[in-house]
Ligand binder design. Structure first.
Ligand code: ATP
Length: 602
């Protein structure tokens, strides 16, 4: 069957778009929704208690209430984005157009726009929407159709003027906050959802942009394409009156649920009338915060669900433990789109690129000038030998930080984007990591090449240029893997930066720079097996001080250096294998950490 639907100015068929476009705006109702954390019935464990309400077909509904009232929790429970199981208990009944649903099963049909705009800063709104549509619409949707859908959506969201400017974020200048929010909405809407949920869509926007944002949601819902439900903090009266319905929560209970114009009547009838010329939303928010729950019960301010409308429990959570995304696009399509985005990110974030190579050149020039000719002096003299070793040490340490630091600083910024996209089934973990590695390899190689071009002849290293370059390239990749794991595990750049010394400084202790391995207490020596710097240093020491490169007359010093750090020349390949294992091992653990996080992200 072909279903004809309107998409902005264009008319497309369900078959052409490839999505089940018979999904039109739907009515979502819920009854007796309770959500608790901790042992059932335990004190203070209840977050939502017997909540009821509905978001009627083609309407705009807001969930409001004081901070901690349970707005986001209710939205997440309705969206199936909070996992039942473990210490979380969710019960109640949810229906879509009268049919009971399990939100865990239904969640893919609900577009969910998170509070923070997790969009790639180097993408343009057009690219962000095209990326989402290409990976989330059904396979076989033609490029032409996707272009049409994206163009229409940009037009509808008022983004045509900035469609080809970068979204921006961090140090990258981009479109305004309101435009970014609309882009986030568009990224979800291109999948043609019948229910759209937004968590605090106006947060961080000025009064005008907040009004514009809600106007847009109103336009979307009243067009009949979708039903919109969002949480909101303290709306102005202009914003409040744009909503069709409001649900007011306090302490996880419903104070009011119904048409916005009925809220005033509810407060009037309970003895707390809205004064003239007062925003009813402000009055409601102030009133529920100054009256305690016992008094609210007494005066009937908490709305009890009409007994005739109470539905028996239709789900009790499936104890699925989290979201298991279903990816629509093929592996190659995912990889191609991710690679394209990585490429754009690399080329467009010029500051990051200049910083990375600029710092590498500056530091290595400094080492080169300080240790000038250190490799050509008489290594049989202890002082000269240690200058030579010191030069190798400094260059190696800078290799490690040079590769790890940019990754560590960039990854926490990309993490929320991954979590959003992975949890909505945009792509799976494998193409994501492959696309990252594909760009990291040439970048890390180029960085090592620049480094050794600067220092090799200035310091007069004795080992083979190519081998020294390859060893520090391997170190760069392995160190970046540790940074990826840290970036996967922590939520923000600040925490990542604070953790940097904890992870990398101990590596220097085990690498034999300051204390030889045989001096480290045996019960701590195991830690060296996790240190990429240690194994890279083993390889680099063999290349620079091993049999082939050691100066005549300095053989004893070279041998003592290798022996004291337990470096065996014929085991160089073992050290290379350990570096490869660390490279893969840390990345696999990082991927696992991220996917676990994505299943419980809400
Ligand atoms: N995973 C959780 N573990 C423990 N407590 C939680 C969890 N999620 C929510 N809560 C608690 O439930 C209550 C409601 O939280 P929720 O985030 O839903 O409130 P909110 O109304 O959206 O607040 P805000 O407007 O400040 O975002 C809060 O007291 C919060 O601390």
């Amino acid at each position: 069957m072909t279903v004809q639907v309107e998409m902005g100015n264009a008319s497309v068929t369900a078959e052409e778009v490839g999505e089940p476009l018979q999904q039109r705006a739907k009515t979502l109702s819920w009854s007796q929704i309770s959500f608790s954390i901790g042992k059932a019935g335990g004190a203070g464990s209840s977050i939502l208690t017997s909540c009821h309400g509905s978001a009627e077909n083609s309407t705009l509904t807001c969930i409001m209430g004081p901070s901690g009232a349970g707005k986001s929790s209710l939205l997440n429970v309705l969206a199936g984005r909070v996992a039942h199981g473990g210490d979380k208990t969710i019960t109640g009944s949810i229906t879509v157009d009268g049919q009971p649903i399990d939100p865990f099963v239904y969640r893919k049909q609900i577009a969910y726009v998170m509070q923070d705009d997790a969009i790639s800063p180097t993408s343009t709104p057009r690219e962000a929407l095209t990326f989402s549509a290409s990976l989330r619409l059904a396979r076989g949707t033609s490029k032409q159709k996707i272009k049409q859908i994206v163009d229409d959506m940009l037009d509808e969201l008022g983004l045509t003027g900035c469609a080809d400017r970068m979204v921006g974020g961090g140090l990258i200048k981009g479109i305004s906050g309101g435009e970014r929010k609309r882009t986030s909405v568009g990224v979800e809407l291109v999948t043609d959802p019948s229910l759209v949920f937004l968590d605090e869509p106006t947060s961080g926007l000025d009064a005008y942009s907040a009004h514009q944002c809600v106007s847009l949601l109103k336009k979307l819902s009243s067009s009949g394409k979708c039903t919109v439900l969002c949480t909101i903090h303290q709306p102005s009266s202009e914003v409040f009156l744009q909503f069709d319905s409001a649900i007011l929560l306090k302490s996880g209970r419903v104070v009011y649920g119904g048409p916005v114009l009925g809220m005033q009547k509810h407060f009037n009838s309970c003895g707390y009338p809205v004064p003239d010329l007062t925003n009813p939303a402000d009055h409601a928010m102030f009133t529920v915060q100054i009256i305690d729950d016992t008094e609210m019960d007494k005066v009937g301010l908490f709305q009890i669900e009409d007994a005739s409308k109470v539905r028996s429990t239709s789900f009790e959570g499936d104890d699925s433990g989290g979201i298991v995304p279903v990816v629509t696009a093929t592996f190659m399509t995912q990889l191609a789109w991710l690679m394209r985005r990585e490429m754009n990110g690399l080329v467009r974030d010029k500051a990051a690129l200049i910083g990375r190579f600029g710092i590498t050149i500056f530091l290595n020039l400094l080492f080169g000038l300080i240790f000038r000719n250190a490799g050509n002096r008489d290594d049989s003299q202890e002082g000269f030998f240690y200058d030579h070793f010191g030069a190798l040490t400094m260059v190696t340490i800078s290799s490690m930080f040079g590769a790890a630091q940019p990754t560590l600083l960039a990854f926490p910024e990309q993490r929320p984007i991954f979590l959003r996209e992975y949890s909505t089934g945009t792509y799976s973990i494998m193409p994501y990591f492959i696309s990252k590695v594909c760009f990291e390899f040439p970048l890390a190689f180029a960085q090592s090449l620049v480094q050794w071009l600067v220092v090799y002849w200035l310091i007069s290293f004795r080992g083979s240029f190519m081998l020294l370059l390859l060893a520090s390239f391997a170190l760069g990749l392995a160190s970046a893997s540790i940074a990826v794991l840290m970036g996967c595990a922590v939520a923000d750049v600040k925490t990542a930066s604070e953790l940097l010394p904890v992870v990398f400084v101990p590596q220097m202790l085990f690498a034999g720079f300051f204390v030889s391995t045989d001096q480290i207490p045996s019960y701590l020596r195991w830690a060296q097996y996790l240190c990429s710097l240690k194994y890279a240093m083993n390889v680099l020491s063999i290349i620079e001080f091993g049999n082939g490169a050691c100066q005549e007359g300095a053989e004893n010093a070279c041998k003592a250096l290798l022996d004291s750090n337990e470096i065996e020349e014929d085991k160089w390949w073992v050290y290379v294998l350990v570096l490869a294992a660390l490279f893969f091992g840390f990345r696999i653990i990082g991927a696992r950490v991220l996917t676990i996080k994505a299943t419980t992200v809400f």
